[in-house]
Design a protein around this ligand. Structure first.
Ligand SMILES: *[C@@H]1O[C@H](CO)[C@@H](O)[C@H](O)[C@H]1NC(C)=O
Ligand SMILES: *[C@@H]1O[C@H](CO)[C@@H](O)[C@H](O)[C@H]1NC(C)=O
Ligand SMILES: *[C@@H]1O[C@H](CO)[C@@H](O)[C@H](O)[C@H]1NC(C)=O
Ligand SMILES: *[C@@H]1O[C@H](CO)[C@@H](O)[C@H](O)[C@H]1NC(C)=O
Length: 525
């Protein structure tokens, strides 16, 4: 079974690109997944729509946002937002969130009480606003995504968008021009990258946003983010992890050696004989692990990741013991699954060279600069400011990912040059040190900032709950960790499926209630 291209709306409106979109919306199968919170699935969306037939959530509003916060004379662009005051009562909070690096128009169900944002609004009688991030969807300062246009895509600009919006917007509700952050308590909210933006914005503008809610927030920028795979390795079935590690060790050994018969045999086993570059072939095997990011407590046994492990571990109806079946069976069964089923699911009709090859500068993946191409905008941020390159671990660490695609081999940095040749002449070093010193990363101290994290989130090691950090929450900056996955706490349905996620949401509602009880308007005129 194959997901259809519309799963991510941002790209589907681009006819030119549509043919090149993969099953999960990525334009290229060797491009890393983004730290983004999942949209709400159709069934929940439908139930909201019928439950609230009298309220419209999908109305689009526009805000005149500054193109460049460093130079107001460059004028404004129209930034989209969605809004509801259904639960609002005078004195209530304004909850502002962005889905971050994606077209925001599929996210309006997050206005409702099927999300934690709607739950907070309902409890506190607040209004909810979803603001589209600059350079995503239809909120574009310039008509293309050229390197020149993207100069005004940066974390500081995104933070200033929140600030300028909060201070200047006239919300489409009663007294909507009298609800600035000096007159009403604003809560900044987000998940994943946009969760990090919550933390970074509060550090950067103390006191402006009264409170914050940051889910799976990747507060620390990290160039070599091999730890992405650690929660996966730790929580996936032990047999599957052992067998994946055995295959990867063998692939690395053969691919770094000179036995061309053995090399060709592996490529053939996985259906990738046409791929010229071995790092692309080894990197492609990460796709099975990236499917982990789609898991939620509500995922059934047919989720793609579980199908993968079943293919490797269930032989004649019998599951392998914890140590797996060993290299020989694992290589054959992973290969058969990948070649026989998964490649078609992943690449559709594309050749493996187009779908998985990263060396051809003429690929649509590199040359398409149409607005709405979220992955290009995201790559700009990756290459410049945050890194989070998802390659193999350092020597000696248990590994389920090939060493051929790590930061030493410049696997992703090389793609930065091909995608933005006008900006980079050689593989760039993202300025993570600047990002972390400006916004304090893991060192954040901001009052009334709630962190919600999850053990099985692959992005966990860039959050406040990273392994080995031991950061403790406080009353004014609590950290609650559930057993969920990426941003699981954002949806009520996940809380219904996992009591630990419900616990995180309960704590958030308690914190908001206690903090908002203390709010006083500032000495405004
Ligand atoms: C601001 O933009 C204007 C108009 O493009 C330009 O002339 C001016 O040099 C810019 N100022 C700064 C400080 O960049
Ligand atoms: C959402 O609010 C409605 C009332 O407006 C209520 O009937 C419903 O149970 C709430 N849903 C959730 C998930 O809390
Ligand atoms: C090369 O690999 C093939 C296939 O795995 C193996 O049969 C052969 O012995 C290897 N040759 C050498 C010289 O190691
Ligand atoms: C082995 O793999 C199967 C299939 O994914 C899984 O259901 C089972 O829990 C695993 N068992 C162990 C001991 O890892």
């Amino acid at each position: 079974m194959r997901w259809i291209l519309h799963a991510l709306a941002p790209l589907s409106c681009l006819l030119g690109l549509a043919s090149a979109i993969l099953k999960d919306g990525r334009p290229h199968a060797n491009m890393m997944p983004m730290p983004i919170f999942p949209t709400i699935e159709a069934p929940y969306l439908a139930s909201t729509a019928t439950a609230k037939a009298t309220v419209t959530y999908d109305t689009v509003y526009y805000f005149d946002q500054l193109i460049d916060h460093n130079n107001a004379s460059l004028g404004t662009f129209q930034q989209r937002y969605w809004h509801t005051s259904e639960y609002y009562e005078s004195g209530g909070p304004i909850i502002l969130l962005t889905p971050g690096e994606n077209n925001a128009e599929t996210y309006y169900p997050f206005l409702t009480n099927i999300s934690i944002f709607g739950q907070i609004a309902q409890q506190q009688h607040g209004a909810v606003v979803i603001l589209e991030h600059r350079f995503y969807g239809a909120s574009n300062p310039y008509p293309d995504l050229s390197s020149e246009s993207l100069k005004v895509l940066s974390i500081p600009q995104a933070i200033n968008d929140f600030v300028y919006f909060a201070k200047n917007v006239k919300l489409p509700m009663t007294n909507g021009d009298q609800l600035g952050p000096d007159k009403a308590p604003w809560i900044l909210a987000g998940g994943s990258y946009s969760g990090a933006l919550v933390s970074w914005t509060m550090v950067n503008n103390p006191g402006l946003f009264y409170a914050g809610y940051a889910s799976s927030a990747v507060v620390e920028a990290i160039t070599d983010f091999w730890q992405y795979y650690e929660p996966i390795r730790q929580y996936m079935p032990a047999n599957c992890s052992a067998d994946v590690a055995a295959v990867i060790a063998y692939v690395d050994e053969v691919f770094t050696g000179s036995n061309t018969t053995a090399i060709d045999s592996i490529k053939e086993t996985f259906g990738m004989s046409d791929l010229t570059h071995l790092d692309d072939a080894a990197g492609a095997l990460r796709n099975n692990l990236w499917d982990w990011q789609s898991l939620q407590p509500t995922s059934g046994p047919n989720a793609q990741f579980y199908k993968f492990c079943d293919a490797l571990e269930v032989k004649d109806g019998i599951s392998a013991p914890a140590e797996g079946w060993g290299l020989e069976h694992a290589l054959a069964s992973w290969g058969a699954y990948f070649k026989g089923e998964y490649l078609a699911f992943l690449c559709g009709d594309q050749s493996v060279l187009v779908c998985l090859g990263t060396y051809d500068a003429t690929l649509d993946y590199y040359t398409n600069i149409e607005v709405g191409n979220s992955y290009r905008s995201w790559m700009w941020t990756v290459c410049n400011e945050v890194g989070w390159y998802q390659g193999g671990p350092p020597e000696g660490h248990p590994s389920i990912v090939s060493k051929l695609v790590d930061t030493d081999t410049l696997y992703t940095q090389r793609q930065c040059v091909l995608m933005f040749p006008d900006a980079f002449s050689e593989p760039p070093e993202p300025s993570v040190a600047t990002t972390n010193s400006r916004y304090t990363g893991w060192g954040v101290q901001a009052d009334r900032l709630f962190f919600a994290n999850a053990n099985r989130d692959p992005w966990r090691d860039a959050t406040m709950s990273a392994d080995g950090l031991g950061i403790l929450g406080t009353l004014l900056q609590p950290i609650f960790v559930g057993d969920g996955f990426h941003c699981s706490d954002l949806k009520v349905a996940n809380a219904e499926a996992d009591i630990s996620v419900a616990g995180v949401q309960t704590q958030a509602l308690l914190s908001m209630s206690s903090w908002l009880g203390d709010w006083k308007p500032s000495n405004s005129t």
